[in-house]
Design a protein. Structure first.
Ligand SMILES: Nc1nc2c(ncn2[C@@H]2O[C@H](COP(=O)(O)OP(=O)(O)OP(=O)(O)O)[C@@H](O)[C@H]2O)c(=O)[nH]1
Length: 877
């Protein structure tokens, strides 16, 4: 066994090092510190001592096993002899020393060995323990290290995140700054435009005044000329026949006055002197080209169009050729092309209102209606509001408690509408709450609702769909009544609802507004009667009337295909009385009413104005929002239904196209003022307001830009539906359309634009609107030639010998012939010559010969004005 330190031995023995040192010193083994080494002998000695001290039999360790140690030493002893002669002798002495050492006995040795082995084992265990501790320590260190690394990484990531956030914030601030700058730029631009506008207005006024002065001068001149002429006529000898006098005065044999031609100078009188030198002529008014207004049907042939315009078909063909179209005289032109041709020829075109077969039938049935007999009819009410605010509960409560005529045990049916009878009169409710049904009908041009009930939960206040409801009602121009619902709840806060709604321009009557706010609970029924009273009151104010005793017309509210009953349609009668057995035309469908059913499932014989009823017997399922009409003749109904089917498809496409920003251009000219509806959604309220203000300020005399709805958040399906119903363009500012909205937009082919910079959004709308304004043609006089003499030649016809007094006269430009500053002819040049050469232009101060196309009556003293037509883009200022 190797030597161990005091500490190690103490650990093996399981005692403290101090205790062991005490024992060692008691055993006489020197040990000063824990690190002193203890030899094997010392351990044995300690063992013996301990045994002794613990009263065990002292086993002597010596002599136990005798070990004899012998050491031999040799010495030489020198001895001197005594006989006269010295004689020395060396004697070798060998000294043998013997030492006996005793060792432990066999058993003791075995015991010692055993103890040694135990100690060794304990030591090994201790070593293993130490190694394990060391390993654990190492692992702990590793863990700590990893933890530190992780923390460091985390800190770095957080730093990177913070950096990114800071950058994003900076970017946002920069964008905001840019927006501010853009707004400022816009404001400056608007101020500049305002200034320009003011200047233009004053210039225009000045121009008008000048023009008026000129006209006055001309009128004065004409008056004095007429007076002179009269004087002359009176001075002429009497005796001439009246007819002769008329002829001389330039009248035709039919008594009409020949335009712009002086007596004796019409073509028939060519024999007479050509250059009388007199400036007198027979017109009193400027002869401007006659502008006709022509109604263009969907299709028109070239020859018919020419007839409408009273011109030759060849002239129409020529215009079309200039437009790049080669057509024949009998070729039909579509409406748009025909309108272009008409405008190109300087006339005005209108789309002819096409009467459909259904229109004719409607007109016929309306002829029978005597408006004088109109009676008060019940109001039709639609309920709108945010999700879970209690629309369905309200409708259910009213239906379950108020629907009368319920047969015993009868079950009210959901047929899309129902009516209730109150003390103040009947009210009809559209039983499909929400915006979808409302907008679907509006999109089809059917306005069935008279009053909108806006349900707002008193514990929740104004929510996104509440705002939508307001917008829908406003866009449709339908009055609203606010039902503040859930007032039974403790947390109900009616004032907050009022405040919120007032902020959206829905101001309660008790706050000086015009909207009735009724507190209700669809759960307990509290206030429901008040609500019904409010509806009746509103209806009374609106004076809703209809003629009861006439054939019925109305709207389809809901429709479906029933396995057993076939097509089922819930209709709401608007006018007249619908009867069982009536033949009705309903959009693309028609049929005789086989059965008429009310909301209680009971068969009825008839339904009057504002009363809903289920109709069975139609040829197919009509669309909600379709108008229905009672017709007398089945054949007519079938034909009208067929025509409707074809037209419906076209109309749908047209309406979708019309709402596109790029297509707005084509709407121009068809309406007195173009309406551009926009639906704006943005990421923050600030942008919403900025966009709304800036976009609406684009409006001018010709274009009305209206933001029909604006709000914060993504573009929803409801937004898209509202846009479709109002033909609005959707503007998304830093927001996107959700999936349902995207699908609807795609399906309905709506116009959607995304922007992230306000200025760009404004700019694009502005550009489109400016584009819509189109161009205007301005005329510029480029030269004036004074007619000095007139020659007639068989080869060249009538040639005016002229001196160009101003500018330049060009061969290919249009001209006007002026006599005493009055236009007497507008046309083209036939020829322009200098001496004997044909030339393209003649400048001021130069003489030339001018032949005017199709006009032979040019006279000396006339002026030939050469002008240019320039197309100028109209701008918003
Ligand atoms: N306390 C209380 N709860 C009501 C009242 N009206 C409706 N509720 C509850 O409000 C929840 C929503 O009501 P609905 O009628 O389904 O609301 P909604 O507006 O039709 O909801 P959607 O159909 O999802 O648009 C239901 O749990 C009703 O029981 C009311 O006046 N008072």
């Amino acid at each position: 066994m190797s030597d161990v330190t005091v500490k190690q031995l103490a650990d093996v023995l399981g005692i403290t090092a101090e205790k062991l040192m005490e024992q060692l010193s008691s055993a006489g083994i020197p040990a000063k510190s824990e690190d002193d080494t203890i030899s094997n002998e010392s351990k044995v000695k300690l063992l013996e001592f301990l045994r002794g001290s613990h009263g065990k039999e002292k086993k002597s360790l010596s002599p136990r096993k005798k070990v004899v140690l012998k050491r031999k030493s040799k010495e030489v002893l020198r001895v001197t002899s005594g006989s006269g002669v010295a004689k020395t002798k060396n004697i070798n002495i060998e000294v043998k020393k013997k030492k006996v050492v005793t060792g432990p006995s066999q058993s003791e040795m075995a015991e010692i060995e055993k103890e040694r082995l135990e100690a060794q084992k304990a030591l090994d265990d201790r070593k293993a323990q130490l190694a394990a501790e060391e390993q654990a320590k190492k692992e702990a260190e590793d863990r700590l290290k990893n933890q530190q690394i992780e923390e460091q990484q985390k800190a770095e990531e957080e730093k990177a995140k913070a950096d990114a956030e800071r950058e994003a914030l900076e970017k946002e601030q920069k964008e905001l700054q840019e927006q501010d700058e853009a707004q400022q730029k816009l404001a400056e631009e608007q101020a500049r435009l305002e200034k320009l506008k003011a200047e233009t207005v004053s210039k225009e006024e000045e121009r008008k005044k000048r023009h008026e002065d000129l006209v006055n001068q001309q009128v004065q001149k004409a008056i004095s000329e007429r007076a002179n002429r009269k004087k002359k006529e009176q001075a002429q000898p009497a005796g001439r026949g009246r007819g002769k006098t008329d002829r001389d005065a330039g009248k035709t044999r039919y008594g009409r006055k020949q335009l712009h031609v002086q007596p004796g100078q019409n073509r028939g009188d060519r024999r007479r002197h050509v250059s009388s030198g007199s400036s007198e002529h027979g017109f009193q008014k400027p002869a401007a080209p006659v502008v006709k207004t022509v109604a263009i049907p969907e299709n028109i042939t070239v020859s018919d169009l020419a007839k409408e315009l009273s011109i030759k078909a060849a002239d129409v063909i020529k215009v079309l050729m200039n437009m790049g179209m080669m057509v024949t005289i009998n070729q039909p032109l579509d409406q748009d092309t025909a309108i272009l041709v008409v405008e190109e020829l300087g006339h005005k075109a209108e789309e002819a209102v096409v009467q459909t077969k259904a229109d004719i039938l409607k007109e016929e049935s309306q002829k029978e209606v005597d408006e004088e007999n109109a009676e008060i009819r019940p109001p039709v009410v639609t309920v709108m509001g945010h999700v879970d605010h209690g629309k369905t509960s309200l409708l259910d409560y009213i239906r379950e408690t108020k629907v009368t005529d319920k047969e015993a045990g009868g079950i009210t049916q959901h047929i899309g509408a129902y009516h209730v009878e109150t003390e103040k009169g009947v009210i009809s409710f559209i039983d499909t709450p929400g915006h979808a049904a409302f907008t679907a009908m509006r999109a089809r041009g059917a306005q069935v609702t008279d009053i909108v009930i806006l349900v707002v939960a008193a514990n929740d206040g104004v929510m996104p769909q509440t705002k939508e409801g307001i917008e829908h009602a406003k866009a449709a121009g339908v009055p609203m009544i606010v039902a503040v619902n859930k007032v039974d709840l403790q947390e109900a806060n009616v004032d907050k609802v009022k405040q919120d709604l007032a902020a959206h321009e829905v101001v309660p009557e008790d706050w000086g507004g015009d909207v009735q706010f009724i507190e209700v609970s669809a759960l307990t029924g509290q206030g429901i009667d008040n609500l019904l009273d409010a509806i009746s009151l509103q209806a009374e104010v609106m004076e809703l009337k209809a003629v009861k005793d006439s054939s019925a017309s109305g709207i389809v509210v809901e429709s479906s295909l029933d396995k057993g009953r076939g097509p089922v349609a819930t209709v709401l009668v608007k006018n007249g009385t619908l009867k069982k057995g009536d033949m009705i035309l309903c959009g693309e469908q028609f049929g005789r009413i086989r059965s008429l059913i009310d909301e209680n499932g009971a068969e009825i014989e008839s339904a009057g104005p504002s009363i809903p009823a289920v109709v069975l017997g139609l040829s197919g399922v009509p669309i909600a929002g379709d108008e229905f009409l009672v017709v007398k003749n089945k054949k007519h109904a079938r034909e009208a239904a067929q025509e409707h089917r074809e037209r419906e498809r076209e109309t749908r496409l047209k309406r979708q196209q019309a709402a596109k920003l790029e297509n707005l251009m084509s709407q121009m000219g068809k309406e007195a003022k173009l309406n551009v509806n926009l639906l704006v959604k943005a990421d923050v309220q600030g942008s919403v307001e900025a966009l709304r203000e800036s976009l609406e300020s684009i409006s001018n005399d010709e274009v009305d830009v209206k933001v029909i709805s604006a709000g914060v958040g993504g573009i929803t399906n409801a937004d898209a539906q509202l846009a479709a119903a109002s033909s609005a363009i959707i503007i998304g500012f830093n927001v996107r359309a959700d999936k349902a909205a995207r699908e609807f937009i795609k399906e309905s082919d709506l116009d959607l634009h995304y922007f992230s910079i306000i200025y760009e959004a404004i700019d694009q709308v502005k550009q489109s609107v400016t584009g819509i304004l189109g161009t205007e043609v301005r005329e510029e006089i480029i030269g004036i030639a004074d007619v000095k003499d007139v020659f007639r030649s068989s080869k060249f016809g009538t040639i005016a010998g002229c001196l160009v007094s101003e500018g330049v006269v060009k061969r290919d430009n249009p001209i006007r012939v002026l006599r005493d500053n009055v236009v007497i002819f507008e046309g083209e040049l036939e020829s322009l010559r200098r001496h004997k050469d044909d030339v393209n232009e003649v400048r001021s101060g130069t003489e030339c010969g001018i032949g005017v196309k199709q006009y032979k009556d040019v006279q000396p003293g006339d002026q030939i004005e050469c002008f240019e037509r320039i197309e100028v883009q109209k701008t918003l200022d």
